[in-house]
Design a protein around this ligand. Structure first.
Ligand code: NGO
Length: 541
């Protein structure tokens, strides 16, 4: 009897030791998540086992990476309910930890990272905190979707073991949000930042002014915001950001390694300023009638020079211009750019420059050149829509291609580099198809595959990879009113556009991508992201 007892004790002991030594193997879900990262990494190899985040897990970060460490624990704590204490790395043993480590590895560049998962430890290494941040976004995607819940979940927080090595193809990976046609709150803009940072985008271009609204407080010209910002498309209340609120957006973006590129659109698309200060009015081509600007018949009457125009709540483009003959206008431009530059830690100021259809061409060119000087005098670099290629531009100027191949080529001939936003491919306000409830279709209907299946470096003759800084997907908001509308138009196209910016063309294929994309839908559901359920994507039933 005693013998049997000892035998059982021994057997159980052996079993316990055995199960402690056998590393947990990765579930099919964990492996699928590991293989479904968007943007697709340079290389990803899994090794079949799993690391588990438990109530014992700690986070250890290089002193210069504590901010990313904080971001990570704030991401993991709500759903896991674990403490996940964060500490600065010393030489202590780090078994059971998630480690953020700054290293020196030239091949990773400024934004690359390496993610190594063993059964004992998760290590993200990068040259710079930005790389660690992108490694954290990858880590997030290879955890169960429930990690995105805001309340504690009972789940096995499993990560497949293996190694991911990764760095981006282009340095400019962005999106633009038009807050002028419809105004979006600070909270909405922050959510937008969070959504694009999921997919490692690093630029948010804010279209801060247009005919329908002026959205940023300019202290030296206060009516711009208070009057020019007081409405929006459809006649709603509009709004604007105080400089303090705007600084909050910039800081929020910075903590996510996103550069804000502010745009004041001039000399066209400027009615909101002309309505605020009559002396700026160089004329509008369509005559206001009964409180609205009358769009039909479209006349070519230049009306109301030097008098304030009426606020505009329609969606026509190309009818307004700044008064470019008066020096006072350049004082205005200088004041606006000065205040905006002071709010902008990033290097770029976007001056618009598109569709100045009622500005005389000679005046337009003079204006662009002076504008460039003004932007430079405030220590910034000018970027503008592709029409600015007609000005005297050089390698210090960046040109955003949206519709004209000719202007794109001209810009490259003059030595400028391009941000690629071809409307036919990446305008997120374009409808998916003719049944889409929101959006426009003047450029194209853009299904998910259309926005993914192209290569910026071969789109235009004479524009090669070295002429391109990156890619940006604009969301214009003529028809976009709520955060829900925003999400429906950007998902699921935005992740694919982010992948074009990050992953080499040789490493991309729609057939393979669409399977990965489908795997992200459960995450979007948990995050409350409304998306278009395209029939091109094999969503799980
Ligand atoms: C054009 C136009 C915008 C419109 C947008 C709508 C550019 C650069 N200017 O793009 O004012 O909102 O199309 O798709």
């Amino acid at each position: 009897m005693k013998k049997l007892y000892y035998f059982i004790v021994l057997l159980t002991g052996a079993f316990v030791i055995q199960s402690c030594n056998t590393p947990p193997s990765a579930s099919p879900e964990a492996i699928a998540a590991f293989e479904s990262v968007i943007p697709k990494p340079v290389s990803a190899t899994h090794t079949g086992n799993a690391f588990l985040i438990t109530d014992k897990t700690t986070v250890i970060a290089d002193p210069s990476a504590m901010e990313v460490g904080n971001y990570l624990v704030n991401l993991l704590r709500p759903a896991t309910g674990f403490n996940l204490p964060l500490s600065e790395s010393k030489d202590e043993a780090s078994s059971g930890a998630i480690v953020l480590s700054i290293i020196d590895n030239k091949s990773l560049g400024d934004e690359g990272y390496e993610l190594a998962v063993t059964t004992e430890q998760v290590t993200i290494s990068a040259n710079k905190p930005a790389g660690l941040f992108y490694g954290v976004q990858t880590l997030r995607q290879i955890l169960p979707a429930a990690i995105e819940q805001s309340a504690v979940q009972t789940a096995t927080w499993e990560i497949a073991t293996g190694t991911i090595t990764d760095h981006p193809e282009y340095t400019w990976r962005g999106s633009m949000l038009d807050v002028a046609r419809h105004f979006f709150s600070v909270a909405d803009v922050k959510r937008y930042i969070d959504l694009i940072s999921l997919y490692k985008m690093n630029v948010l271009h804010l279209h801060l002014s247009d005919d329908q609204g002026w959205r940023i407080e300019i202290k030296s010209w206060p009516n711009l915001a208070t009057h020019g910002g007081s409405t929006q498309v459809g006649g709603g209340a509009g709004g604007y950001y105080t400089q303090e609120q705007y600084a909050g957006i910039v800081a929020y973006a910075q903590a996510r390694f996103i550069t804000i590129v502010p745009e004041i659109d001039m000399p066209g698309h400027i009615n909101s300023a002309l309505a605020s200060y009559g002396e700026l009015n160089g004329g509008i081509t369509i005559v206001p009638a009964e409180g609205r600007i009358d769009l039909s018949p479209k006349t070519s009457v230049i009306d109301g020079k030097s008098k304030p125009t009426q606020l505009y709540t329609g969606t026509e483009v190309g009818f307004s211009t700044l008064q470019l003959k008066k020096e006072a206008t350049f004082k205005f431009v200088d004041d606006v750019i000065r205040e905006l530059s002071a709010l902008t830690p990033g290097p770029y100021i976007h001056i618009g420059g598109d569709e100045a259809s009622v500005t005389k061409k000679e005046e337009y060119i003079v204006f662009i050149n002076r504008f460039n000087e003004i932007v430079k005098s405030h220590g910034k670099r000018m970027i503008g829509w592709d029409e600015i290629a007609q000005g005297t531009i050089d390698s210090t100027v960046t040109v955003q291609l949206w519709h004209s191949e000719e202007f794109g080529q001209l810009a490259v001939e003059k030595g400028s580099r391009l941000v690629m936003s071809p409307a036919k491919k990446v305008y997120l306000d374009m409808q998916y198809d003719s049944a889409t409830r929101l959006g426009l279709h003047w450029a194209a209907y853009i299904e998910v595959a259309d926005s993914y299946n192209w290569d910026p470096a071969t789109l235009i003759d004479g524009v090669a990879k070295e002429n391109i800084v990156g890619i940006e997907a604009p969301l214009w908001s003529e028809t976009i009113v709520t955060m829900d509308d925003i999400e429906y138009m950007i998902f699921p196209r935005l992740p694919g556009i982010a992948e074009i910016g990050w992953t080499t063309t040789a490493n991309r294929s729609w057939e393979e991508y669409k399977v990965r994309l489908a795997k992200h839908a459960p995450r979007w559901k948990v995050m409350g992201i409304d998306y278009y359920p395209s029939t091109q994507v094999p969503w799980a039933k």
